[in-house]
Design a protein around this ligand. Structure first.
Ligand code: EPU
Length: 419
């Protein structure tokens, strides 16, 4: 298993190019199952989660070609079963359910297993499929969907912790080929949902309201092939902005969309950093007066749960007491115990972390647990004393394209040790 050694005490400076969004690309690649014709998707990031999705699509019968960031997929003849051995590696494989049900009126996909960021149910996805007329059975670890036909319906996707992002995508992908009108209420408003809707529209789907809580879909008999460019990854951009905040003099994230970073930019400004932006870049310049924060994660356009761990790393060395409340995945605090091994002072009480800033963290051997927690450990290590050894870095490769190389280009000193 590879590990990363971060030599602390560096300052970062310069520009970093942001890649295509992982969480947009995954459902968009799955949506290519909806047509027999060729689709060409550009700006697909080179990540292990994307590799898993392409493997699943290949096993379902798609012809897949990949050259740098461009993926061409033709799903002329497809199977409807995705077995456990390939599905278990990535929870987002559930997003083949919607397109398989939409096109073939049948799907058999293994139920994703547990996840370190907490219980990740898919009850809302299944409720939505049932509302469209599918019979849903969970048996032997598999989800079985079957329908004679799909009929548009009124579906509320708001759950206990807010709307569901992949659930909204899944129901959109099934409903585009249903008969009649589907009204999704309590839809997720994330930019990744809008990106998927735009791809589906380019394929001939009739969708309005994506980006709001109410999405309306008028079913069509079939979809055709389309070309699409994936939006920039707002979480990768946010992570590099926090890297700039933690260890920077001036860092600019380029090829990004500042409009998608509103809550993160607001929080960094509140913490005392100077930020400026152009139409496709954001620059952070640290100044002397850093302030502690109170943050609560919320569905978009609120502060993203996928940036919570990175902010904990930043607040760990800022004067004063900060409070971070996680409302989307209340158990998503695996990074806290590892940050404490580096000297952070954090009290965890249910879904709330109280962070007492310390002057400096010190390097230590730590364990990456999930994707964003791993990123937080890399960020925390940048200004720390000594060397931080981060084990199990495959977690970070799931969602960050060459994070070590990109940080090194900004002035970091990170080694990847292959084993
Ligand atoms: N939920 C339910 N029932 C459902 C689905 C979700 O109760 O059927 C709950 C979840 O347990 C959670 C909340 O609703 O409390 C939101 O979950 P959501 O379904 O929105 O999460 P997701 O769609 O499975 C995506 C991202 C996550 C990101 C969340 C929230 C992808 C591939 N994943 O997951 O990204 O944290 O939305 O924004 O798009 C990451 O990139 O590190 C990551 C975990």
């Amino acid at each position: 298993m590879d590990k990363i050694l971060v030599h602390g005490g560096v300052r970062l400076k310069g520009d970093v190019r942001i890649g295509g969004s992982k969480n947009s690309a995954l459902p968009i690649l799955a949506a290519t199952l909806l047509t027999k014709e060729k689709c060409v998707i550009d700006r697909v990031p080179d990540l292990s989660d994307i590799h898993y999705m392409l493997t699943i699509l290949g096993r379902l019968g798609c012809e897949v070609e990949r050259a740098s960031g461009v993926v061409q997929i033709r799903a002329e003849k497809i199977l409807t079963e995705a077995p456990y051995e390939i599905v278990r590696k990535m929870r987002a494989s559930v997003c083949v359910l919607g397109p398989l049900l939409g096109r073939e009126k049948a799907a058999k996909v293994s139920l994703p297993g547990g996840c370190v960021i907490g219980d990740r149910p898919i009850d809302l996805h299944l409720k939505g499929f049932e509302s469209l007329g599918a019979k849903v059975v969970v048996k032997g670890g598999d989800i079985l969907l079957e329908a004679k036909k799909l009929q548009g319906a009124r579906i509320n996707l708001r759950g206990r912790h807010g709307p569901t992002v992949l659930g909204t995508g899944n129901i959109m992908m099934a409903a585009v080929l249903a008969e009649g009108i589907t009204d999704i209420e309590g839809a997720a408003e994330e930019p990744e949902v809008v990106d998927l809707a735009n791809f589906l529209i380019a394929m001939g789907a009739k969708i309005s309201g994506a980006g709001t809580q109410h999405i309306q879909i008028e079913g069509v008999p079939e979809l055709h092939g389309a070309n699409h460019t994936v939006i920039p990854d707002r979480i990768e951009a946010g992570t590099f902005l926090v890297a700039g905040a933690i260890a920077g003099s001036r860092v600019t994230v380029t090829r990004t969309n500042p409009a998608h970073l509103g809550a993160v930019i607001t929080a960094l400004k509140k913490a005392g950093f100077e930020l400026s932006h152009t139409s496709d870049s954001v620059t952070i310049s640290p100044n002397g007066s850093r302030r502690p924060l109170h943050i609560e994660t919320l569905p978009y356009p609120g502060f993203p749960t996928d940036m919570q761990a990175q902010f904990c790393a930043m607040l760990a060395t800022m004067d004063g007491t900060s409070v971070v409340t996680e409302t989307v995945f209340p158990q998503r605090f695996m990074h806290v115990s590892e940050l404490k091994r580096m000297g952070a002072s954090i009290d965890l009480n249910n879904h709330c972390a109280t962070i007492h800033g310390v002057e400096r963290l010190s390097g230590a051997p730590v364990m990456a647990s999930d994707l964003r927690a791993s990123a937080a450990l890399v960020l925390a290590a940048l200004p720390a004393d000594g060397i931080t050894e981060i084990n199990r870095v495959y977690h970070i490769d799931r969602g960050y394209e060459a994070i070590d190389e990109k940080l090194n280009a900004l002035g970091a000193h990170i080694e990847r040790v292959k084993s």
